[in-house]
Design a binder for this molecule. Structure first.
Ligand code: SF4
Ligand code: SF4
Length: 295
C-alpha cells in the first residue's frame, strides 16, 4: 500500500485502569478507513513465544530470524536486552501487505492486544500480581468508531491472547521480580545479560548450550527431559525461564549434580594454583636476573 497515513508520533494513553469485565467499543477489519495504519508506524516489543511463532511461520532458524526481523533495545536501566520488530525506514512493519498482516495467525502479542495496553499490578498485601488494562486511543485508529462492543475478557479470547499470556507470564515475571528485587540483584554482569538474550530469543543457540557435555555434567536431569528439550522449542523456552530464575535469583529450579559445585570450586582452585605458581616462577626469574646483574 503506497498511501502514507499522517500519524501522530505520541500515543495518547487514557490512564484509566480497566479489568476483564470492562466493555470496550472497538472493531478492526479490512473495511476501516485506517486499515494497516497502525502497522505502518509499528513499535512492537517481542516476547520469546512471539519469536518462536514467527520464526516457525517464516521457516527460519531463530538466529536468522533475529538478524532479519528484529532490532535490540534495552528494557531497563541495567541493560536487560529486549527485541523489537524491525521496520523499514519509514517505520512500517516488514510483514504488512496491502491485504493486511502477512503472518496474521502468528502475529505477536502486542499486535493482538492493540488497542489495549496491559500491565501487572501488585496491590498492597495481595499475594499475587493482578493484570490491569488500559485503552490506547490514537487519533488515526478508527476502530473505536465501530459499533461492536465486547468485554475485555471476550476481546482476549477473540484475539487468542489467553494462550499467548500463558506462555509469556513466567518470562515477564522475571523482569517484574528483577525490578522489585532492585539492589538485591544489582547490576547483572555482561555474561548474565548475554545468557538472558540467548535463553529468551535464540532457541538454537540455547539448545546447543543445554545439550553440551558441560551442561549435562552440571545439572541433574533425566535423559527423557533432554530428549524433549532437543525437539521442542516451547519446552526449551519454558526451561530457559527456570534456568534464568536459578541464574538471577539463586532459586533452586533445576537440580545440580551433587558434586557439581565442588568440581567447579576444585577446577577454579586448580586455576588459582596455576596462576600462583606462574607468579612465583615469574618473581623467581626476576630475582635471578637481578642477582645476575649484581654479580
Ligand atoms: S506483525 Fe502484523 S499485525 Fe503486527 S505490526 Fe506487523 S503487520 Fe501489523
Ligand atoms: S482500526 Fe486501528 S488497529 Fe485496525 S487497522 Fe485501523 S489503526 Fe490499526
Amino acid at each position: 500500500m503506497s498511501d502514507k497515513f499522517d500519524l501522530p508520533h505520541e500515543s495518547q494513553l487514557a490512564p484509566q485502569k480497566l479489568d476483564l469485565s470492562t466493555k470496550i467499543q472497538f472493531k478492526c477489519h479490512k473495511g476501516v478507513s485506517c486499515f494497516n495504519a497502525c502497522c505502518k508506524r509499528a513499535d512492537v516489543t517481542l516476547t520469546p513465544y512471539d519469536v518462536i511463532r514467527m520464526k516457525d511461520h517464516c521457516g527460519m532458524s531463530s538466529g536468522d530470524f533475529l538478524k532479519a526481523h528484529t532490532v535490540p533495545f534495552q528494557m531497563d536501566q541495567q541493560g536487560m536486552p529486549g527485541i523489537k520488530m524491525r521496520t523499514d525506514d519509514e517505520g512500517a512493519c516488514l510483514f504488512v501487505t496491502d491485504e493486511g498482516c502477512s503472518i496474521y495467525e502468528d502475529r505477536p502479542t502486542a499486535c493482538r492486544y492493540y488497542p489495549l495496553g496491559h500491565m501487572a499490578i501488585k496491590e498492597k498485601d495481595a499475594a499475587e500480581d493482578a493484570a490491569a488494562y488500559f485503552m490506547i486511543s490514537e487519533e488515526h485508529c478508527k476502530g473505536h468508531e465501530e459499533e461492536q462492543v465486547m468485554t475485555i475478557a471476550e476481546f482476549r479470547k477473540d484475539q487468542f491472547i489467553v494462550d499467548y499470556d500463558g506462555y509469556n507470564r513466567d518470562w515477564l515475571d522475571i523482569q517484574l521480580k528483577k525490578r522489585s528485587s532492585g539492589a538485591a540483584v544489582g547490576n547483572l554482569p555482561e555474561a548474565t545479560l548475554q545468557l538472558f538474550f540467548m535463553a529468551s530469543y535464540d532457541m538454537e543457540r540455547f539448545r546447543r548450550f543445554v545439550m553440551s557435555d558441560q551442561f549435562r555434567a552440571t545439572y541433574d536431569m533425566k535423559d527423557s527431559t533432554y530428549d524433549i528439550l532437543e525437539k521442542e522449542d516451547v519446552a526449551l523456552m519454558q526451561f530457559g525461564v527456570r534456568f534464568m530464575k536459578q541464574a538471577f535469583f539463586g532459586e533452586r529450579t533445576i537440580e545440580e549434580m551433587s558434586n557439581a559445585w565442588e568440581e567447579r570450586v576444585e577446577n577454579r582452585q586448580e586455576v588459582w594454583d596455576m596462576r600462583r605458581e606462574a607468579e612465583i616462577a615469574r618473581k623467581q626469574a626476576q630475582d635471578d636476573e637481578m642477582y645476575k646483574s649484581d654479580d
